[in-house]
Design a protein. Structure first.
Length: 116
């Protein structure tokens, strides 16, 4: 059973940067990707980006492309979300997840608040 733990969320001013981490514990065999999602107040959880576990190919939503970058450390089973040029609309709870056929399990989330 894989468990995920996110960290790094906090209050930041618009235009600043922040890096989130997500560390997995448990066997990663069979999982092909890890990803980041966010849930803003009143909205559904939305895809932010993902990275393939074996080759490290990253994919992003249009809203963060060019500002966010995902990387991974296979030795520590950790992925990172580097967020630059943050905007107030980036505010939300950020969750990480792993994927075989579907996304899951999920971490508990970390709150990011971007003030204008």
């Amino acid at each position: 059973q894989v468990t995920l733990r996110e960290s790094g969320g906090r209050l930041v001013q618009a235009g600043n940067s922040l890096r989130l981490s997500c560390t997995a514990s448990g066997p990663m065999e069979g999982f092909n990707s890890m990803g980041w999602f966010r849930e803003a107040p009143g909205l559904d959880r939305q895809f932010v980006g993902s990275i393939t576990w074996r080759l490290g190919f990253a994919d992003y939503s249009d809203s963060v492309k060019g500002r966010f970058a995902i990387s991974r450390d296979k030795d520590t089973k950790t992925i990172y979300l580097q967020m630059n040029s943050l905007k107030p609309e980036d505010t939300g709870i950020y969750y990480c997840a792993v994927r075989k056929m579907d996304w899951g399990p999920w971490g508990q989330g970390t709150q990011v608040t971007v003030s204008s």
